[in-house]
Design a protein around this ligand. Sequence first.
Ligand code: PEP
Ligand code: MG
Length: 587
Amino acid sequence: MSIQVFGLAVSKGVAIGRAVLIASSRMDVAHYFVDATQLEPEVDRLIRARDEVAAELQALQRDMPSDAPGELNALLDVHLMLLHDETMIAATKQWVRERHYNAEWALSAQLEVLSRQFDEMEDEYLRERKADIEQVVERLLRALQRSALGEAAVHHAVQHDFGGEEPLILVANDIAPADMLQFKRSVFAGFVTDVGGKTSHTAIVARSMDIPAVVGAREASRLIRQDDWVVIDGDAGVVIINPPPIVLEEYRFRQRQSELERARLNRLRHTPAVTLDGERVELLANIEMPRDAQAAAQAGAVGVGLFRTEFLFMNRDGHLPSEDEQFECYRSAVQDLQGLPMTIRTVDVGADKPLERMSIHELRHEHVLNPALGLRAIRWSLSEPAMFLQQLRAILRASAYGKVRILVPMVGHLNEVRQTLAQIALAKRQLTDAGIPFAGAELGAMVEIPATAIMIPLFAPHFDFLSIGTNDLIQYTLAIDRADEQVAHLYDPWHPAVLQLIASTIECGNRLGKSVSVCGEMAGDPVFTEVLLAMGLRSFSMHPSRIAEVKQRVLRSDTRHLAQHLQAVLSDEHPEQAAARVFRAAR
Ligand code: PEP
Ligand code: MG
Protein backbone atom coordinates (compact mmCIF):
# COMPACT_ATOMS: atom_id res chain seq x y z
CA MET A 1 0.00 0.00 0.00
CA SER A 2 1.26 3.45 -0.87
CA ILE A 3 1.45 6.01 1.96
CA GLN A 4 2.32 9.71 1.93
CA VAL A 5 4.07 11.48 4.77
CA PHE A 6 4.31 15.25 4.97
CA GLY A 7 7.31 17.10 6.33
CA LEU A 8 9.39 20.21 5.65
CA ALA A 9 11.07 20.64 2.30
CA VAL A 10 14.71 21.46 2.99
CA SER A 11 16.52 20.49 -0.16
CA LYS A 12 14.96 20.61 -3.58
CA GLY A 13 14.51 18.00 -6.25
CA VAL A 14 13.19 14.47 -6.51
CA ALA A 15 14.91 11.35 -5.21
CA ILE A 16 13.68 7.83 -5.80
CA GLY A 17 15.30 4.88 -4.11
CA ARG A 18 15.28 2.09 -1.54
CA ALA A 19 14.98 3.04 2.12
CA VAL A 20 17.94 2.53 4.43
CA LEU A 21 16.80 2.95 8.03
CA ILE A 22 19.43 3.91 10.52
CA ALA A 23 18.77 4.24 14.24
CA SER A 24 20.23 7.38 15.86
CA SER A 25 22.29 5.24 18.19
CA ARG A 26 23.80 3.43 15.20
CA MET A 27 24.94 6.54 13.35
CA ASP A 28 28.52 6.06 14.36
CA VAL A 29 28.65 2.60 12.80
CA ALA A 30 30.63 2.71 9.56
CA HIS A 31 28.39 2.73 6.47
CA TYR A 32 30.06 1.89 3.21
CA PHE A 33 29.62 -0.28 0.17
CA VAL A 34 31.73 -3.35 -0.34
CA ASP A 35 33.21 -4.01 -3.74
CA ALA A 36 31.68 -7.02 -5.59
CA THR A 37 34.99 -8.88 -5.32
CA GLN A 38 35.04 -8.40 -1.52
CA LEU A 39 31.55 -9.63 -0.65
CA GLU A 40 32.55 -13.14 0.45
CA PRO A 41 35.50 -11.92 2.58
CA GLU A 42 33.01 -9.47 4.19
CA VAL A 43 30.60 -12.34 4.93
CA ASP A 44 33.55 -14.28 6.41
CA ARG A 45 34.32 -11.28 8.63
CA LEU A 46 30.75 -11.44 9.91
CA ILE A 47 30.97 -15.19 10.56
CA ARG A 48 34.28 -14.79 12.35
CA ALA A 49 32.72 -12.09 14.54
CA ARG A 50 29.81 -14.43 15.32
CA ASP A 51 32.18 -17.26 16.27
CA GLU A 52 34.21 -14.90 18.42
CA VAL A 53 31.09 -13.72 20.28
CA ALA A 54 29.88 -17.32 20.68
CA ALA A 55 33.25 -18.23 22.24
CA GLU A 56 33.00 -15.15 24.47
CA LEU A 57 29.54 -16.16 25.73
CA GLN A 58 30.56 -19.79 26.25
CA ALA A 59 33.59 -18.64 28.24
CA LEU A 60 31.32 -16.47 30.38
CA GLN A 61 29.10 -19.48 31.06
CA ARG A 62 32.06 -21.67 31.85
CA ASP A 63 33.57 -19.17 34.31
CA MET A 64 30.28 -18.40 36.00
CA PRO A 65 30.62 -18.83 39.79
CA SER A 66 28.58 -21.77 41.08
CA ASP A 67 26.47 -19.47 43.29
CA ALA A 68 25.51 -17.13 40.41
CA PRO A 69 21.74 -16.81 39.88
CA GLY A 70 20.36 -19.37 37.43
CA GLU A 71 18.73 -16.61 35.33
CA LEU A 72 22.17 -15.42 34.28
CA ASN A 73 22.99 -18.74 32.74
CA ALA A 74 19.60 -18.88 31.05
CA LEU A 75 20.17 -15.39 29.66
CA LEU A 76 23.48 -16.41 28.13
CA ASP A 77 21.69 -19.42 26.61
CA VAL A 78 19.16 -17.06 25.02
CA HIS A 79 21.96 -14.88 23.66
CA LEU A 80 23.74 -17.91 22.21
CA MET A 81 20.53 -19.05 20.61
CA LEU A 82 19.88 -15.62 19.07
CA LEU A 83 23.43 -15.56 17.78
CA HIS A 84 22.83 -18.72 15.80
CA ASP A 85 19.30 -17.85 14.77
CA GLU A 86 18.92 -17.70 11.00
CA THR A 87 16.76 -14.54 11.08
CA MET A 88 19.81 -12.76 12.42
CA ILE A 89 22.87 -14.05 10.59
CA ALA A 90 21.34 -15.36 7.35
CA ALA A 91 19.41 -12.12 6.78
CA THR A 92 22.49 -10.05 7.61
CA LYS A 93 24.51 -11.99 5.05
CA GLN A 94 21.82 -11.18 2.55
CA TRP A 95 22.20 -7.44 3.15
CA VAL A 96 25.89 -7.85 2.44
CA ARG A 97 25.53 -10.01 -0.67
CA GLU A 98 22.56 -8.26 -2.25
CA ARG A 99 22.98 -4.66 -1.22
CA HIS A 100 26.77 -4.60 -0.78
CA TYR A 101 26.52 -3.15 2.75
CA ASN A 102 29.55 -3.61 4.98
CA ALA A 103 28.98 -6.08 7.82
CA GLU A 104 28.33 -3.43 10.51
CA TRP A 105 25.78 -1.64 8.36
CA ALA A 106 24.11 -4.94 7.39
CA LEU A 107 23.87 -5.89 11.05
CA SER A 108 22.32 -2.60 12.09
CA ALA A 109 19.88 -2.82 9.16
CA GLN A 110 18.80 -6.27 10.33
CA LEU A 111 18.55 -5.08 13.93
CA GLU A 112 16.16 -2.38 12.73
CA VAL A 113 13.97 -5.02 11.01
CA LEU A 114 13.96 -7.30 14.06
CA SER A 115 13.32 -4.45 16.51
CA ARG A 116 10.15 -3.53 14.66
CA GLN A 117 8.95 -7.11 14.67
CA PHE A 118 9.49 -7.25 18.43
CA ASP A 119 7.77 -3.88 18.96
CA GLU A 120 4.68 -5.24 17.25
CA MET A 121 4.44 -8.39 19.37
CA GLU A 122 1.41 -8.73 21.59
CA ASP A 123 3.16 -10.75 24.26
CA GLU A 124 4.99 -8.48 26.66
CA TYR A 125 7.57 -11.09 27.59
CA LEU A 126 8.49 -11.58 23.93
CA ARG A 127 8.46 -7.81 23.31
CA GLU A 128 11.06 -7.40 26.01
CA ARG A 129 13.38 -9.84 24.24
CA LYS A 130 14.28 -6.93 21.96
CA ALA A 131 16.82 -5.85 24.56
CA ASP A 132 18.54 -9.24 24.22
CA ILE A 133 18.83 -8.85 20.46
CA GLU A 134 20.30 -5.39 20.97
CA GLN A 135 22.87 -6.74 23.40
CA VAL A 136 23.89 -9.51 21.02
CA VAL A 137 24.22 -7.04 18.13
CA GLU A 138 26.26 -4.76 20.37
CA ARG A 139 28.70 -7.61 21.04
CA LEU A 140 28.85 -8.45 17.33
CA LEU A 141 29.55 -4.83 16.43
CA ARG A 142 32.37 -4.69 18.95
CA ALA A 143 33.86 -7.87 17.51
CA LEU A 144 33.57 -6.44 14.00
CA GLN A 145 35.19 -3.23 15.09
CA ARG A 146 38.24 -5.21 16.19
CA SER A 147 38.55 -6.57 12.67
CA ALA A 148 37.61 -3.30 10.94
CA LEU A 149 39.21 -2.31 7.69
CA GLY A 150 41.90 0.36 7.80
CA GLU A 151 40.64 3.95 7.64
CA ALA A 152 41.90 4.45 4.08
CA ALA A 153 40.00 1.43 2.79
CA VAL A 154 36.77 2.54 4.49
CA HIS A 155 37.16 5.97 3.01
CA HIS A 156 37.65 4.57 -0.43
CA ALA A 157 34.68 2.28 -0.04
CA VAL A 158 32.32 5.07 1.10
CA GLN A 159 32.80 6.84 -2.17
CA HIS A 160 32.61 3.72 -4.22
CA ASP A 161 29.57 3.53 -6.41
CA PHE A 162 28.73 0.00 -7.31
CA GLY A 163 26.78 1.14 -10.39
CA GLY A 164 23.69 -0.56 -11.69
CA GLU A 165 22.05 -0.93 -8.25
CA GLU A 166 19.12 1.16 -7.04
CA PRO A 167 19.78 4.53 -5.35
CA LEU A 168 19.40 4.60 -1.57
CA ILE A 169 17.44 6.96 0.66
CA LEU A 170 18.58 7.44 4.24
CA VAL A 171 15.71 7.42 6.75
CA ALA A 172 16.19 8.17 10.45
CA ASN A 173 14.30 9.52 13.40
CA ASP A 174 17.01 12.09 13.90
CA ILE A 175 20.46 12.70 12.48
CA ALA A 176 22.82 14.97 14.41
CA PRO A 177 24.50 17.62 12.24
CA ALA A 178 27.97 16.14 12.73
CA ASP A 179 26.69 12.68 11.79
CA MET A 180 25.02 14.10 8.72
CA LEU A 181 28.40 15.43 7.69
CA GLN A 182 29.88 11.94 7.57
CA PHE A 183 27.33 11.08 4.87
CA LYS A 184 28.43 14.02 2.76
CA ARG A 185 30.52 11.94 0.42
CA SER A 186 28.42 8.82 0.59
CA VAL A 187 26.11 7.57 -2.11
CA PHE A 188 22.74 8.37 -0.54
CA ALA A 189 20.40 9.99 -3.02
CA GLY A 190 18.15 11.63 -0.42
CA PHE A 191 17.37 12.01 3.28
CA VAL A 192 14.26 11.82 5.44
CA THR A 193 14.15 12.53 9.18
CA ASP A 194 11.26 12.59 11.65
CA VAL A 195 12.47 15.64 13.55
CA GLY A 196 14.14 18.95 12.78
CA GLY A 197 13.17 22.35 11.45
CA LYS A 198 13.96 23.89 8.08
CA THR A 199 17.04 25.72 9.35
CA SER A 200 18.16 23.13 11.89
CA HIS A 201 21.83 22.36 11.33
CA THR A 202 20.96 18.85 10.18
CA ALA A 203 18.82 20.39 7.44
CA ILE A 204 21.58 22.86 6.58
CA VAL A 205 24.15 20.10 6.16
CA ALA A 206 21.65 18.04 4.11
CA ARG A 207 21.09 21.04 1.88
CA SER A 208 24.82 21.50 1.43
CA MET A 209 24.91 18.02 -0.11
CA ASP A 210 22.56 19.22 -2.79
CA ILE A 211 20.33 16.17 -2.69
CA PRO A 212 16.59 16.11 -2.00
CA ALA A 213 15.70 16.03 1.68
CA VAL A 214 12.65 16.27 3.92
CA VAL A 215 12.89 16.82 7.69
CA GLY A 216 10.23 16.98 10.39
CA ALA A 217 8.35 14.13 8.68
CA ARG A 218 7.20 12.97 12.16
CA GLU A 219 6.22 9.32 11.62
CA ALA A 220 8.40 8.61 8.58
CA SER A 221 10.91 6.32 10.25
CA ARG A 222 8.11 4.29 11.83
CA LEU A 223 6.10 3.94 8.63
CA ILE A 224 8.98 3.26 6.26
CA ARG A 225 10.56 -0.18 6.41
CA GLN A 226 14.01 -1.29 5.48
CA ASP A 227 14.27 -1.57 1.68
CA ASP A 228 10.85 0.00 0.89
CA TRP A 229 10.68 2.06 -2.29
CA VAL A 230 10.56 5.73 -1.34
CA VAL A 231 10.07 8.93 -3.33
CA ILE A 232 11.24 12.21 -1.80
CA ASP A 233 9.63 15.29 -3.23
CA GLY A 234 12.08 17.87 -1.90
CA ASP A 235 10.09 20.78 -3.36
CA ALA A 236 6.80 19.96 -1.64
CA GLY A 237 8.21 18.26 1.47
CA VAL A 238 6.39 15.01 0.75
CA VAL A 239 7.64 11.45 1.15
CA ILE A 240 5.79 8.70 -0.72
CA ILE A 241 6.28 5.17 0.50
CA ASN A 242 5.88 2.35 -2.03
CA PRO A 243 4.31 4.53 -4.75
CA PRO A 244 2.12 2.92 -7.43
CA PRO A 245 3.76 2.69 -10.90
CA ILE A 246 1.91 5.70 -12.33
CA VAL A 247 3.09 7.98 -9.52
CA LEU A 248 6.60 6.63 -9.83
CA GLU A 249 6.58 7.41 -13.54
CA GLU A 250 5.44 10.98 -12.90
CA TYR A 251 8.25 11.50 -10.41
CA ARG A 252 10.83 9.99 -12.75
CA PHE A 253 9.71 12.53 -15.34
CA ARG A 254 10.06 15.40 -12.83
CA GLN A 255 13.45 14.09 -11.83
CA ARG A 256 14.67 14.28 -15.44
CA GLN A 257 13.23 17.81 -15.77
CA SER A 258 15.03 19.09 -12.70
CA GLU A 259 18.30 17.53 -13.88
CA LEU A 260 17.94 19.40 -17.18
CA GLU A 261 17.20 22.64 -15.34
CA ARG A 262 20.22 22.12 -13.12
CA ALA A 263 22.49 21.59 -16.13
CA ARG A 264 21.11 24.78 -17.69
CA LEU A 265 21.75 26.82 -14.52
CA ASN A 266 25.23 25.40 -14.21
CA ARG A 267 26.23 27.22 -17.33
CA LEU A 268 25.93 30.49 -15.35
CA ARG A 269 28.67 29.35 -13.01
CA HIS A 270 31.36 31.73 -14.15
CA THR A 271 29.14 34.62 -15.30
CA PRO A 272 29.73 37.65 -13.03
CA ALA A 273 26.71 38.48 -10.86
CA VAL A 274 25.76 41.96 -12.08
CA THR A 275 22.22 43.34 -12.07
CA LEU A 276 20.52 44.91 -15.09
CA ASP A 277 21.44 48.35 -13.76
CA GLY A 278 25.10 47.41 -13.39
CA GLU A 279 25.27 46.72 -9.63
CA ARG A 280 27.90 44.09 -8.77
CA VAL A 281 26.68 41.47 -6.32
CA GLU A 282 29.07 39.27 -4.38
CA LEU A 283 27.97 35.61 -4.18
CA LEU A 284 30.00 33.79 -1.54
CA ALA A 285 29.91 30.22 -0.24
CA ASN A 286 29.07 28.66 3.12
CA ILE A 287 31.25 25.65 3.92
CA GLU A 288 31.46 23.12 6.78
CA MET A 289 34.79 21.45 6.11
CA PRO A 290 38.11 22.69 4.72
CA ARG A 291 37.85 20.34 1.75
CA ASP A 292 34.66 22.17 0.64
CA ALA A 293 36.61 25.32 -0.25
CA GLN A 294 37.78 24.04 -3.60
CA ALA A 295 34.28 22.91 -4.60
CA ALA A 296 32.98 26.36 -3.61
CA ALA A 297 35.36 28.12 -5.99
CA GLN A 298 34.46 25.64 -8.74
CA ALA A 299 30.76 26.41 -8.23
CA GLY A 300 31.49 30.06 -9.05
CA ALA A 301 31.68 31.49 -5.51
CA VAL A 302 33.91 34.56 -5.30
CA GLY A 303 35.08 33.52 -1.83
CA VAL A 304 33.83 31.89 1.36
CA GLY A 305 31.47 34.05 3.43
CA LEU A 306 31.02 31.51 6.22
CA PHE A 307 33.23 28.62 7.25
CA ARG A 308 31.40 26.89 10.12
CA THR A 309 34.49 25.69 12.02
CA GLU A 310 32.50 23.98 14.78
CA PHE A 311 32.31 20.81 12.71
CA LEU A 312 36.05 20.38 13.30
CA PHE A 313 35.32 20.31 17.04
CA MET A 314 32.34 17.96 17.23
CA ASN A 315 32.19 14.23 18.15
CA ARG A 316 35.81 14.05 19.25
CA ASP A 317 35.31 12.48 22.69
CA GLY A 318 36.69 15.51 24.47
CA HIS A 319 39.87 15.75 22.33
CA LEU A 320 39.46 19.13 20.70
CA PRO A 321 41.64 19.87 17.67
CA SER A 322 45.05 21.30 18.57
CA GLU A 323 46.25 24.68 17.31
CA ASP A 324 48.45 22.98 14.71
CA GLU A 325 45.66 20.72 13.49
CA GLN A 326 43.35 23.70 13.13
CA PHE A 327 46.04 25.75 11.43
CA GLU A 328 46.57 23.01 8.83
CA CYS A 329 42.81 22.88 8.13
CA TYR A 330 42.48 26.64 7.77
CA ARG A 331 45.68 26.97 5.74
CA SER A 332 44.64 24.33 3.22
CA ALA A 333 41.17 25.88 2.83
CA VAL A 334 42.67 29.36 2.41
CA GLN A 335 45.17 28.14 -0.18
CA ASP A 336 42.45 26.31 -2.10
CA LEU A 337 40.72 29.67 -2.61
CA GLN A 338 43.79 31.06 -4.41
CA GLY A 339 43.51 34.62 -3.19
CA LEU A 340 39.72 34.79 -2.80
CA PRO A 341 38.52 35.84 0.67
CA MET A 342 38.00 33.16 3.33
CA THR A 343 35.72 34.10 6.23
CA ILE A 344 36.44 31.81 9.16
CA ARG A 345 33.80 31.91 11.87
CA THR A 346 35.05 31.13 15.35
CA VAL A 347 33.51 28.02 16.83
CA ASP A 348 29.72 28.03 17.25
CA VAL A 349 28.97 24.95 19.31
CA GLY A 350 25.93 24.63 21.53
CA ALA A 351 22.17 24.61 20.79
CA ASP A 352 21.63 21.90 18.16
CA LYS A 353 25.40 21.51 17.63
CA PRO A 354 26.62 19.87 20.85
CA LEU A 355 30.30 19.03 21.14
CA GLU A 356 29.58 15.40 21.88
CA ARG A 357 27.23 13.02 20.05
CA MET A 358 23.74 13.53 21.45
CA SER A 359 20.28 13.29 19.98
CA ILE A 360 17.93 16.25 19.89
CA HIS A 361 15.75 14.42 22.43
CA GLU A 362 18.66 14.07 24.84
CA LEU A 363 19.54 17.70 24.30
CA ARG A 364 16.04 18.89 24.96
CA HIS A 365 15.21 16.73 27.89
CA GLU A 366 18.34 15.73 29.70
CA HIS A 367 21.17 18.15 29.36
CA VAL A 368 20.43 21.83 29.08
CA LEU A 369 17.16 23.47 29.91
CA ASN A 370 17.14 25.77 26.93
CA PRO A 371 20.11 25.07 24.66
CA ALA A 372 19.36 27.76 22.07
CA LEU A 373 19.47 30.41 24.82
CA GLY A 374 22.40 28.87 26.64
CA LEU A 375 26.15 28.67 26.43
CA ARG A 376 26.76 28.68 22.69
CA ALA A 377 28.88 30.44 20.08
CA ILE A 378 30.98 33.38 21.38
CA ARG A 379 29.62 32.82 24.89
CA TRP A 380 31.19 29.36 24.91
CA SER A 381 34.45 30.61 23.39
CA LEU A 382 34.79 33.35 26.00
CA SER A 383 34.14 30.84 28.75
CA GLU A 384 37.01 28.69 27.41
CA PRO A 385 39.74 31.31 26.88
CA ALA A 386 42.59 28.84 26.29
CA MET A 387 40.60 27.10 23.55
CA PHE A 388 39.55 30.44 22.05
CA LEU A 389 43.13 31.74 21.97
CA GLN A 390 44.23 28.53 20.28
CA GLN A 391 41.64 28.97 17.56
CA LEU A 392 42.45 32.66 17.09
CA ARG A 393 46.17 31.89 16.76
CA ALA A 394 45.45 29.13 14.24
CA ILE A 395 43.27 31.47 12.14
CA LEU A 396 45.80 34.29 12.32
CA ARG A 397 48.61 31.94 11.26
CA ALA A 398 46.52 30.94 8.21
CA SER A 399 46.25 34.63 7.30
CA ALA A 400 49.85 34.45 6.09
CA TYR A 401 48.57 32.27 3.20
CA GLY A 402 45.71 34.31 1.75
CA LYS A 403 42.91 36.75 2.49
CA VAL A 404 41.44 35.70 5.85
CA ARG A 405 38.56 37.32 7.72
CA ILE A 406 37.47 36.40 11.25
CA LEU A 407 33.75 36.25 11.98
CA VAL A 408 32.35 36.18 15.52
CA PRO A 409 29.04 34.34 16.04
CA MET A 410 26.17 35.55 18.21
CA VAL A 411 27.65 38.68 19.74
CA GLY A 412 24.88 40.43 21.62
CA HIS A 413 26.65 42.50 24.21
CA LEU A 414 29.36 45.15 23.97
CA ASN A 415 31.25 43.43 26.77
CA GLU A 416 31.58 40.39 24.54
CA VAL A 417 32.98 42.62 21.81
CA ARG A 418 35.57 44.09 24.17
CA GLN A 419 36.61 40.68 25.48
CA THR A 420 36.88 39.30 21.94
CA LEU A 421 39.04 42.22 20.82
CA ALA A 422 41.29 41.71 23.84
CA GLN A 423 41.68 38.00 23.04
CA ILE A 424 42.57 38.77 19.42
CA ALA A 425 45.15 41.33 20.54
CA LEU A 426 46.61 38.77 22.95
CA ALA A 427 46.75 36.07 20.25
CA LYS A 428 48.63 38.47 17.97
CA ARG A 429 51.08 39.36 20.76
CA GLN A 430 51.74 35.70 21.49
CA LEU A 431 52.44 34.98 17.82
CA THR A 432 54.73 38.00 17.51
CA ASP A 433 56.65 37.01 20.67
CA ALA A 434 57.08 33.49 19.30
CA GLY A 435 58.25 34.84 15.93
CA ILE A 436 55.38 33.11 14.08
CA PRO A 437 54.28 34.95 10.91
CA PHE A 438 50.71 36.18 10.35
CA ALA A 439 49.24 38.84 8.10
CA GLY A 440 46.22 39.99 10.13
CA ALA A 441 42.57 39.58 9.37
CA GLU A 442 39.52 41.77 9.05
CA LEU A 443 37.03 41.27 11.88
CA GLY A 444 33.29 40.78 11.42
CA ALA A 445 30.28 40.32 13.67
CA MET A 446 27.35 38.04 13.02
CA VAL A 447 24.05 39.83 13.48
CA GLU A 448 21.88 37.03 14.86
CA ILE A 449 20.24 38.48 17.96
CA PRO A 450 17.61 41.24 17.74
CA ALA A 451 19.60 43.24 20.33
CA THR A 452 22.56 43.33 17.96
CA ALA A 453 20.44 44.38 14.99
CA ILE A 454 18.98 47.22 17.05
CA MET A 455 22.40 48.39 18.23
CA ILE A 456 24.30 48.42 14.91
CA PRO A 457 25.49 52.05 15.41
CA LEU A 458 27.16 50.96 18.68
CA PHE A 459 28.49 47.61 17.41
CA ALA A 460 29.64 48.48 13.90
CA PRO A 461 32.56 50.81 14.81
CA HIS A 462 34.36 47.83 16.39
CA PHE A 463 34.15 45.71 13.24
CA ASP A 464 35.23 45.78 9.60
CA PHE A 465 32.14 43.97 8.33
CA LEU A 466 28.79 42.53 9.39
CA SER A 467 27.15 39.26 8.43
CA ILE A 468 23.47 38.69 9.13
CA GLY A 469 22.69 35.18 10.36
CA THR A 470 19.03 35.07 9.45
CA ASN A 471 18.59 31.51 10.73
CA ASP A 472 19.18 32.62 14.29
CA LEU A 473 17.84 36.13 13.85
CA ILE A 474 14.45 34.64 12.95
CA GLN A 475 14.67 32.14 15.82
CA TYR A 476 15.40 34.82 18.41
CA THR A 477 13.08 37.48 17.01
CA LEU A 478 10.07 35.18 16.87
CA ALA A 479 10.99 32.96 19.85
CA ILE A 480 10.76 29.85 17.66
CA ASP A 481 13.27 27.05 18.17
CA ARG A 482 14.63 26.55 14.65
CA ALA A 483 15.24 22.84 15.29
CA ASP A 484 11.74 22.08 16.56
CA GLU A 485 9.39 20.72 13.89
CA GLN A 486 6.41 21.27 16.22
CA VAL A 487 6.64 25.04 15.81
CA ALA A 488 8.17 25.02 12.33
CA HIS A 489 4.99 26.48 10.85
CA LEU A 490 5.60 29.64 12.90
CA TYR A 491 9.22 30.04 11.76
CA ASP A 492 8.62 32.80 9.25
CA PRO A 493 11.35 34.71 7.38
CA TRP A 494 8.61 36.93 5.92
CA HIS A 495 7.47 38.13 9.35
CA PRO A 496 7.43 41.96 9.19
CA ALA A 497 9.57 42.23 12.34
CA VAL A 498 12.25 40.01 10.82
CA LEU A 499 12.26 41.96 7.56
CA GLN A 500 12.51 45.25 9.39
CA LEU A 501 15.50 44.11 11.43
CA ILE A 502 17.30 42.86 8.32
CA ALA A 503 16.50 46.03 6.37
CA SER A 504 17.67 48.34 9.14
CA THR A 505 20.90 46.37 9.65
CA ILE A 506 21.74 46.59 5.94
CA GLU A 507 20.82 50.26 5.72
CA CYS A 508 22.76 51.20 8.85
CA GLY A 509 25.80 49.10 7.91
CA ASN A 510 25.90 50.63 4.41
CA ARG A 511 25.57 54.12 5.87
CA LEU A 512 28.48 53.50 8.24
CA GLY A 513 30.64 52.19 5.41
CA LYS A 514 30.73 48.58 6.68
CA SER A 515 30.19 45.82 4.21
CA VAL A 516 27.10 43.77 5.07
CA SER A 517 26.42 40.21 4.00
CA VAL A 518 23.62 37.71 4.70
CA CYS A 519 24.87 34.18 5.38
CA GLY A 520 21.70 32.56 6.73
CA GLU A 521 19.58 30.26 4.57
CA MET A 522 17.58 33.23 3.22
CA ALA A 523 20.62 34.23 1.16
CA GLY A 524 20.51 30.99 -0.82
CA ASP A 525 16.76 30.94 -1.37
CA PRO A 526 15.91 32.75 -4.63
CA VAL A 527 12.51 33.65 -3.20
CA PHE A 528 14.28 36.31 -1.11
CA THR A 529 16.85 37.56 -3.63
CA GLU A 530 14.78 40.53 -4.79
CA VAL A 531 13.70 41.75 -1.37
CA LEU A 532 17.30 41.55 -0.10
CA LEU A 533 18.59 43.44 -3.16
CA ALA A 534 15.84 46.03 -2.58
CA MET A 535 17.14 46.49 0.98
CA GLY A 536 20.57 47.34 -0.45
CA LEU A 537 22.27 44.00 0.14
CA ARG A 538 25.16 43.36 -2.25
CA SER A 539 26.79 40.34 -0.61
CA PHE A 540 25.11 36.92 -0.22
CA SER A 541 26.69 33.79 1.26
CA MET A 542 25.10 30.38 0.64
CA HIS A 543 25.75 26.74 -0.10
CA PRO A 544 27.64 26.50 -3.36
CA SER A 545 24.80 24.52 -4.95
CA ARG A 546 22.48 27.52 -4.56
CA ILE A 547 24.72 30.05 -6.32
CA ALA A 548 23.57 29.50 -9.92
CA GLU A 549 19.87 29.90 -9.11
CA VAL A 550 20.39 33.05 -7.03
CA LYS A 551 22.67 34.42 -9.71
CA GLN A 552 19.93 33.97 -12.29
CA ARG A 553 17.66 36.17 -10.13
CA VAL A 554 20.40 38.78 -9.72
CA LEU A 555 21.02 38.94 -13.48
CA ARG A 556 17.30 39.63 -14.06
CA SER A 557 16.96 42.31 -11.37
CA ASP A 558 17.03 46.07 -11.56
CA THR A 559 17.91 47.34 -8.09
CA ARG A 560 16.58 50.86 -8.78
CA HIS A 561 13.09 49.52 -9.40
CA LEU A 562 13.30 47.05 -6.54
CA ALA A 563 14.35 49.75 -4.05
CA GLN A 564 11.38 51.90 -5.02
CA HIS A 565 9.02 49.15 -3.93
CA LEU A 566 10.71 48.16 -0.69
CA GLN A 567 8.59 50.33 1.61
CA ALA A 568 5.41 48.89 0.11
CA VAL A 569 6.62 45.40 1.03
CA LEU A 570 7.88 46.30 4.51
CA SER A 571 4.68 48.09 5.46
CA ASP A 572 2.32 45.42 4.14
CA GLU A 573 0.56 43.08 6.51
CA HIS A 574 1.44 40.24 4.11
CA PRO A 575 4.96 41.04 2.89
CA GLU A 576 5.31 37.78 0.99
CA GLN A 577 2.29 38.49 -1.18
CA ALA A 578 3.24 42.14 -1.54
CA ALA A 579 6.75 41.18 -2.68
CA ALA A 580 5.40 38.75 -5.25
CA ARG A 581 3.07 41.45 -6.56
CA VAL A 582 5.27 44.53 -6.65
CA PHE A 583 8.56 42.92 -7.62
CA ARG A 584 6.89 41.01 -10.43
CA ALA A 585 5.44 44.29 -11.67
CA ALA A 586 8.91 45.83 -11.47
CA ARG A 587 10.44 43.24 -13.78
C1 PEP B 1 22.60 31.84 10.97
O1 PEP B 1 22.23 31.77 12.15
O2 PEP B 1 21.91 32.35 10.06
C2 PEP B 1 23.91 31.30 10.58
C3 PEP B 1 24.38 31.47 9.37
O3 PEP B 1 24.58 30.57 11.52
P1 PEP B 1 24.20 29.06 11.88
O4 PEP B 1 23.16 28.60 10.89
O5 PEP B 1 25.44 28.25 11.80
O6 PEP B 1 23.67 29.17 13.26
MG1 MG C 1 23.69 31.25 13.66
